[in-house]
Design a protein. Structure first.
Ligand code: FES
Length: 49
């Protein structure tokens, strides 16, 4: 549901669209992180930690 932050990963390549409920900070988003439970990918994506 985008609250706990457990599923946070960093998007290394590719495009994503995220709709979260506060489980990630604006700073983390600016650094390329997403919550994988509430993120859609729009093509090939590579993620890391
Ligand atoms: S924010 Fe809790 S599992 Fe994704």
């Amino acid at each position: 549901m985008g609250i706990c932050g457990t599923c946070k990963v960093r998007v290394l390549t590719g495009e994503t669209v995220m709709s979260h409920n506060g489980g990630i900070s604006e700073e983390e988003i600016a650094d390329g992180y997403v919550l994988s439970c509430c993120t859609r990918v729009t093509g090939d994506v590579e993620v890391g930690y």
